[in-house]
Design a protein around this ligand. Structure first.
Ligand code: F6R
Length: 236
């Protein structure tokens, strides 16, 4: 089941992101949370971090999972999902290395990297919350539109629209990504699905109107029974 709420501005929507994160870490001090990066959740993450620090909330037991990564960039490159999460979540909350599951953007062998992350996720009791944005092409994580979706963690060829992602503005030659697949996304107890930005309007309209289709991977979220979809009204 997908519940939908509409917000007048990004600030109000980000308050909800913060609220869901706080609820999750308070309910389960050992929660595992899978984080998308990018502009959609950013302000919500900042509010969450502030709330945790201001109220001295114990997050030492939570596990953070990085949803996806661009392949081939150095881990320190400011375009990486790694850099984003280090700056916004890992460092400010002092998350220990052992509590952080993260793809290496410069793995020597990406198939091996997929296996490594798979076994770390399998060792968790569950994923309590997955936070997702939507791509201009309807992608979820880096599960791109195409003839099929790959259920497992996998390496993907980036779609032409994804290559224009704002995170990649200052990079060249990024053509592949590594991502959690729908098997893990749909096994998450709850999904918070964030839709912001006018460039997402068509993908979101398709999400609303289409049946489940590999042409718009976001439609796969309709198979989950606990998706909270939060939408910034400014998309239209
Ligand atoms: C990034 C990710 C992507 C983004 C999507 C929207 O980790 O998983 O699927 O969520 O491309 O990106 P923004 O929020 O930057 O518009």
């Amino acid at each position: 089941m997908v519940s939908k709420s509409y917000y007048d501005d990004l600030d109000a929507l980000s308050d909800r992101i913060c609220e869901v994160l706080i609820e999750t870490v308070k309910k389960n001090r050992r929660a595992a949370i899978c984080f998308a990066t990018g502009s959609s959740p950013l302000l919500g993450y900042r509010k969450f971090v502030k709330e945790v620090i201001d109220n001295n909330i114990d997050v030492s037991g939570i596990t953070i999972i990085k949803l996806d990564e661009w392949c081939g960039l150095d881990m320190t490159n400011t375009a990486t999902c790694e850099h984003f999460l280090q700056q916004e979540i890992i460092k400010p909350l002092a998350i220990r290395k052992i509590k952080y599951i993260s793809f290496n953007s410069k793995a020597v062998d990406f198939e091996e990297e997929c296996e490594k992350i798979k076994s770390k996720i399998e060792a968790l009791p569950c994923i309590d919350l997955t936070i997702l944005g939507i791509g201009k092409n309807g992608h979820i994580g880096l599960n791109e539109p195409g003839e099929f979706v790959v259920p497992e963690i996998h390496v993907t060829d980036l779609d032409a629209k994804t290559k224009t992602h704002s995170m990649l503005y200052n990079t060249s030659n990024v053509s592949k990504g590594i991502t959690i697949g729908f098997k893990d996304i749909l096994s998450s107890k709850k999904i918070l699905f964030i839709v912001t930005g006018p460039e997402k309007r068509i993908a979101y309209e398709q999400f609303l109107s289409l049946n489940v289709t590999t042409q718009n991977p976001s439609t796969f979220l309709k198979l989950h029974n606990n998706v909270e979809c939060i939408v910034d009204n400014n998309i239209s």
